[in-house]
Ligand binder design. Sequence first.
Ligand SMILES: NC(=O)c1ccc[n+]([C@@H]2O[C@H](COP(=O)([O-])OP(=O)(O)OC[C@H]3O[C@@H](n4cnc5c(N)ncnc54)[C@H](O)[C@@H]3O)[C@@H](O)[C@H]2O)c1
Length: 438
Amino acid sequence: MAIPTQSPVSGPVVNQTGSLPKHDVADLGLAGEGKRRIEWAEREMPVLRLIRERFEREKPLAGLRIAACLHVTTETANLVRTLKAGGADVVLCASNPLSTQDYTAAALVAEYGISTFARHGADRDMYYSHLNAAADIRPHMTMDDGCDLVTLIHQDRRDQLTEILAGTEETTTGVIRLKAMAADGALGYPVMAVNEALTKHLFDNRYGTGQSTLDGVLRATNLLIAGRHVVVAGYGWCGKGIASRFRGMGAQVAVVEVDQVRALEALMDGNLVMTIGDAAPWGDIFITATGDIHVIRAEHFKVMRDGAIMANSGHFDCEIDLPALNELAGDRVREVRDNVVEYTIGDRRVHVLAEGRLVNLSAAEGHPAAVMDMSFANQALCAEYLRGKHKDLANGVYDVPEEIDVEVARLKLAALGIVLDPLTPEQTKYLASWQHGT
Ligand SMILES: NC(=O)c1ccc[n+]([C@@H]2O[C@H](COP(=O)([O-])OP(=O)(O)OC[C@H]3O[C@@H](n4cnc5c(N)ncnc54)[C@H](O)[C@@H]3O)[C@@H](O)[C@H]2O)c1
């Protein structure tokens, strides 16, 4: 039996309704709710708000067409509003079929006049028709979360490559794909790896994914976490956050890693460390956040406890081997709650949350706005930087300039009312000298 989906919807990419921008969204009647929620998120996004106010005055993106392929959430809405305020002509499409908030998509079109192509539960054809609709504006700049738009343009719309000045990429998996393209000499324009900014991954990947993954698991299952055995696969920025949040709720956490240093770090942070083979019969809840493929496979499903829960917070839905799980369960597959599918193998039931897609965005609302404030401040400032500097950059993947990273941290601290000590002249001199000793 195929993996059940949440009633996929598909339909034509049309619409130029009255004075509204081009769009394909589920229900424009949700725009009022979307606007209220976008404003709620905005309260937690002071850095982006300051940037938007400056952009409104200075219009640094005037005349620029930007195609953004991002999770269509209230936080993203505040980013695209900022880009528009800077003078850009922006179109937004979804970077994942289950992360779209239909109320946000509706508000973007009806309340903010931003061309948006996104429906929750879109099937594969609709997903790609939306990416194509975004590419149809013939962007000067792409903004991706997972590299799908960049890949589409490089594979199917190569004639547009010469028109694109630069791009940005939001997440680890996208950066890995871009670096592979650059190593093959296949990347057609420079892309800035926003994920690599310290003010992005230290906060968004760690605290954002940590909290919202826990939130997604709780909303989907309402399980008690205290006392459970929780297995976290991958101890990168996301895995560290997830493990620490589950430990904080009283779980015993075991980390599965392939990297020696990160495994050691996981151990010293207070986790158990074991192989996925040993973890499979031990765990009650499994969460993958590796960016890798088939981390949990048939041999592991076969030895899991009755009632085991599996969820993924890595970018793509390939970390849990769902085809193998479907094969093992045959027709003994059923949806037992929203976002919870039960697979019966012999006399045991195992469960997958949110179709193995990003559980924090599919079963909850994604990262809290306060962390997306910094991630999207980086996006907005990188768009401005690339507008001015793209001519100096060869086709390749670039880190966010340090001055942008420091500026985002400075603005965030200022918004929080936190003041730092400046170095005294004596300290400045001391730190620059080598003569002082024991
Ligand atoms: N859910 C979200 O909202 C969200 C947010 C940010 C990033 N992400 C995604 O989460 C994933 C992880 O991101 P990150 O920033 O933590 O990456 P990272 O590179 O910092 O960490 C990934 C870790 O997984 C480990 N790993 C790789 N293959 C493994 C395997 N087979 N078994 C066990 N461990 C393995 C690596 O050694 C590494 O330590 C990526 O796909 C990224 O795009 C999701």
